[in-house]
Design a protein around this ligand. Sequence first.
Ligand code: 5HM
Length: 170
Amino acid sequence: MTSDSTATRPTALREVFVGGPFLQLVDPKTGLMSDSDRLKFHRLIEHFEQRGATVYNAHRREAWGAEFLTATEATKRDYLEISRSDLFIAFPGVPASAGTHVEIGWASALRKPMVLMLEKEQKHTFLVTGLENQANVEFIWFADPAEIYAHLDTAVDRVLARSGERTTIG
Ligand code: 5HM
């Protein structure tokens, strides 16, 4: 193996944080996320677990809305879990998820490799779509969540290969 191929080989993916809209997806009547919203996160979690990674995800941790933690506990755990992750991946959400945007700020400042999945033809905040030249991020634009999987591994490998490089933020 040449030293060139070693230099471009992505770092190992041991721990992954999966974020995205939560509160707005919990039905006030049932106190739970819908099956289709759960499936969106579940599929992503499974994708990384099948690659051998430990996946942190608040939606699953908090039983899809049935076992909400206190705000203090959730904030502490999310920050710690993002800090220890090799990859941060999230749906910023439409409408924008406030909590996920806080997490994107943390992940940027912590110089985490990030993959953000953005909905085509929807409004997203400038401070997310403008991150490309400031942080180690790849965007996946989708109309249907199933489209994500055609691009996911490439996007992940790209940000992991750039891991450790200098970024403007962080
Ligand atoms: O504001 P919103 O609920 O959409 O924020 C979602 C993000 O905040 C998720 O990525 C999740 O990691 C975190 N979160 C959490 O950990 C949010 C809530 C509810 O607001 C929660 N635990 N109970």
